[in-house]
Structure formats: C-alpha cells, structure tokens
Design a binder for this molecule. Structure first.
Ligand SMILES: [Zn+2]
Length: 292
C-alpha cells in the first residue's frame, strides 16, 4: 500500500468509516483527459498558479488507487467545452459505468439542439448524476435550450454537480446570480454546487439555505492550495455545521496538486466534529444515492 493510502486508511479508522464516497472525481476518454492535464500544465502562466497533477497515471492505476483509499463509490465527471461532444461523452461514461461498477453512472450536457433527447436517453440508461461545467462550457444555465433538461432532472430527482463558482477562474456565466435565477424557476432541482461555490462561498451557502435540495461538494475547498487564493471565511464555519447533511465529499481526483489525504485532513481541521465528517465523507452521499 502506498503512503497515500496509509494516510487515508488511518483517517477512516479514526472515524470508524466503512469507506468513503467521493462525488467529484474525473474519469473521461483518455485523449480528453490528456487535454485536461495539458491545460493544467499550461495554467501556471495563465493564472499564476502552478498545478502539478498528483495522479497522472493510467486509468487502471487510478482506479486501483481509489480502491486502496477505501473509496467505495465515485463518479466520472466529464463535460463538453463545445457543442456536439456531450452525447459522445455520455456514451463513453455509460460504458465506463458498465465496466467499473463502483463508479456512479455519470452524464453531461450542453445547450444545443437535441439535448433533451440525449439527456432523457442517459436517464433511461441509468445515469445517477450529471455534471455541468459553466466555466469550461461557457454557457448560461438559463439558456432556453436547457429548460427541459432542468425540468426533467428535477422531476427525476437526479443530482447535477455544477461548476458554477468563479474559482479558480471566472467565466461569463459563473457566480451565484445565474444559478439563483435557475433555482427560482426549478426550486426542486437537486443541485450540487461544486467546490463549495468557491470563491463565492457565502452566496452559495445562502442558496443552499434557501433551497433544501441544494447541496455542496467540498472539492478542493479548505486545502492549503485553495486557501492561498480563495480562503474560506472562518466566520462561515457555523453555516457549514448547520448544513452538515448537505455537504458531500468531492476531491477532483486525479487532477489535484496534492495527495488525496490532504483534502480529508483539510476537512478534519475545520473541527466540526466526527459526526460531521462521517456524514460528509460517507453518510450524506450514501443517503442521496440510496447506497445503504
Ligand atoms: Zn472537477
């Protein structure tokens, strides 16, 4: 077992957790993932942040690592940056979920002709979770083409992990305002705000307080890396505690610039208690996806 795995296993043992559920991990077609890594390699000069990918390994090694950490269930977050890609990505993800049964079948979409049909097809094929990336996709969640998609997902109760905060890089349609308008029309949408909405933590926590079906994932939040450029306001810790049943562990594995265990330690040092940690790292996702 690698040192990384030892660290994660000790974390689980301290909490008496049977395993971890990670709602925000990335698996995608190999050549797409290589492009994502190339983006992070070049992001340093663009953003002033070096972003060395910790787990740049082959797919089977990445799967073996997650399992050695005791991650029982995870996702294959993938997302298009232009029209004409999403249905193809969904085909890949459906096949991935078939060959990797511990992965929750993941799908995605883009505002384009035919989106309602392929989203419906993905739902009928058993998709458990969707990913929407407003910064990479550069689309407005209020695009009329997506209206039937939100309705369909709200009705089916299928969560959408949405990268809608303006960190680490803002987009034309990121931030709490467009999502606020979306939720006003679809208050029952089971939205999972990725990265805890960084850096607009306060505003996205407020949306979760307003809409009981809104959840947040912890992806990269509270880590040393993120605290450097988008620190979580200490005054808001009480709201994290109060929303303890709606915060889900996410990590961004494998595209992270630090070991997996660091995300867990970053949650631990918030000092919100063991019950909170158990709920965030296992119980909340287990209930949401009915994995019990
Ligand atoms: Zn991600």
């Amino acid at each position: 077992m690698s040192g990384d795995a030892d660290d994660v296993v000790r974390f689980r043992e301290r909490l008496g957790l049977p395993g971890i559920i990670d709602v925000h991990t990335h698996f995608m077609p190999e050549r797409v993932l290589r492009k994502v890594w190339a983006y992070f390699d070049s992001a340093g000069p663009l953003t002033g942040m070096e972003w060395p990918i910790e787990y740049r390994r082959d797919e089977d090694e990445r799967l073996a690592l997650l399992r050695s950490f005791g991650v029982l269930r995870f996702t294959s977050m993938l997302y298009p940056h232009k029209a004409g890609m999403a249905a193809w990505l969904n085909g890949w993800a459906a096949d991935f979920a078939r060959r990797v049964p511990d992965c929750l079948h993941t799908a995605t979409f883009f505002p384009e002709e035919g989106v309602e049909a392929y989203v419906r097809e993905a739902v009928e094929a058993g998709a458990r979770v969707f990913k929407s990336h407003l910064q990479v996709g550069a689309y407005d969640p209020n695009d009329p083409l997506l209206e039937p998609v939100w309705g369909l997902l709200a009705e089916a109760g299928i969560p959408v992990v949405m990268h809608c905060g303006s960190g680490p890089a803002p987009g034309r349609h990121t931030g709490p305002e467009p999502v606020g308008r979306l939720l006003a029309r679809h208050p029952r949408l089971p939205l999972i705000v990725a990265h805890l909405g960084m850096p607009e933590y306060t505003e996205f926590l407020a949306l979760a307080e307003t809409y009981p079906r809104v959840r947040l994932d912890t992806t990269m939040a509270f880590t040393d890396f993120t605290e450097d450029f988008a620190p979580f306001p200490p005054a808001e810790r009480g709201r994290l505690a109060a929303l303890g049943d709606r915060i889900l562990l996410g990590t961004d594995f494998p595209n992270i610039p630090y070991p997996y265990a660091h995300q867990l330690h970053a949650l631990e040092r918030l000092e919100l208690g063991e019950d909170w940690l158990r709920a965030v790292c296992h119980g909340n996702a287990s209930a949401l996806f009915e994995l019990g």
